[in-house]
Design a protein around this ligand. Structure first.
Ligand code: UD1
Length: 312
């Protein structure tokens, strides 16, 4: 039996990953989460099958205890959101940088076999060329982007200096079931879904022509599992995206069509630190990790919408 630990396991992506690990049926799953942005209800029906530590990754001793006998650790705990990192840079830095350092340090001490780290596409910033390739020089535009990039650098150096097998995955705007729409910092698609169901117009920051490589959560989870199993990838970083690029205006049009409604968006000034365009080159992840996204944007949106209809 393997021993898995998922930090941020009560969060949107983490709770999906927990379910995928349980479905594999080859190990025990432990979740670390401080429930700051995660929710225990995300784990409701799987709760009896996992161990749950309500602890904070800023607390080194608590992290060290939780990973002491782990073989594979998925480090997903973070305070996400670009605007939140501008408005509240201190907690964001402490969790995303100091917390990540604690996780890597504890994993190195415990001789964990593999750590998969949730990095972010925000590290690229605005690039002249699309899609974005792993070899491009990072140009972070916000504290959040810097913090996630630092985590990546630490992941790489914990491999080269301490022999810890780490793999960083730069997540590209993940959406899907259990993404929390209740905060102003929530991911845009969760806000769009809720607005659609409540028959409200969404707010679009800027002219809506900014683009994102929206990636369905099950595809990112699949890649996390592959990154935990692949050999010869220690210390490396890969894009975790779908490879497409859609504007917010296009997505809102599509959602209105799926739902058969007409709700013109309200436009507001662009957000500080916002990247204009984002699209992953998936070549390296395909070659080294066998990345193979299964869901088109419309399939992912339809599945996600079905979930929000029954859960929101
Ligand atoms: C960024 C990262 C992403 C990371 C996420 C964590 C990039 C390209 N992506 O996402 O990898 O996982 O941070 O939080 O940097 N918007 C609206 N209306 C709203 C809310 C948002 O128009 O009500 C707009 C934003 O201004 C932005 C886009 O939607 O242009 C996406 O915003 P959001 O979902 O917050 O994610 P990013 O900041 O792109």
């Amino acid at each position: 039996m393997k021993r898995y630990v998922v930090t941020g396991g009560a969060g949107f992506i983490g709770s999906g990953l927990v379910r995928a690990l349980l479905a594999r049926g080859d190990g025990q799953v432990r979740v670390i989460d401080n429930l700051l942005t995660g929710h225990e209800k995300n784990l409701d029906e799987v709760r009896p099958r996992i161990a749950f530590d309500r602890c904070d990754i800023r607390d080194y001793d608590a992290v060290a205890a939780a990973v002491s006998d782990a073989e594979v650790v998925f480090h997903l705990a973070a305070i996400p959101s670009v605007p939140r990192s501008i408005r509240e840079p201190v907690p964001s830095h402490e969790v995303n940088v100091d917390g990540a350092f604690n996780v890597f340090r504890a994993c190195a001490e415990a001789k964990v076999q593999r750590v998969v780290y949730a990095a972010s596409s925000s590290a690229y910033g605005d690039t002249e060329v699309l899609p974005k390739v792993e070899t491009m020089l990072p140009r972070p535009k916000s504290p959040y982007a810097v913090q996630k990039l630092l985590g990546e650098y630490y992941a790489s150096v914990f491999h080269s200096s301490f022999g810890l097998e780490t793999v960083s995955l730069r997540f590209f705007n993940v959406y899907g079931e259990r993404q929390d729409p209740s905060s102003p910092y929530s991911g845009v698609l969760s806000l769009f879904m809720r607005a659609l169901i409540e028959r409200r117009s969404p707010i679009i920051f800027g002219d809506g022509e900014q683009t994102r490589d929206f990636t369905y959560v099950e595809d990112v989870i699949g890649l996390c599992l592959k990154a935990s199993d692949s050999s010869g990838v220690g210390g490396k970083m890969y894009n975790a995206g779908n490879g497409g690029r859609f504007s917010l205006n296009h997505i809102w049009e599509l959602l209105q069509k799926i739902e058969g409604v007409s709700l013109p968006p309200r436009y507001a000034p662009p957000r500080e630190g916002d990247v204009h365009d984002s699209q992953a080159d998936t070549t390296l992840a395909q070659r080294d990790l066998g990345h193979d996204p299964q869901y088109t944007l419309e399939q992912g949106l339809r599945r996600t919408l079905a979930w929000y209809r029954t859960s929101c």
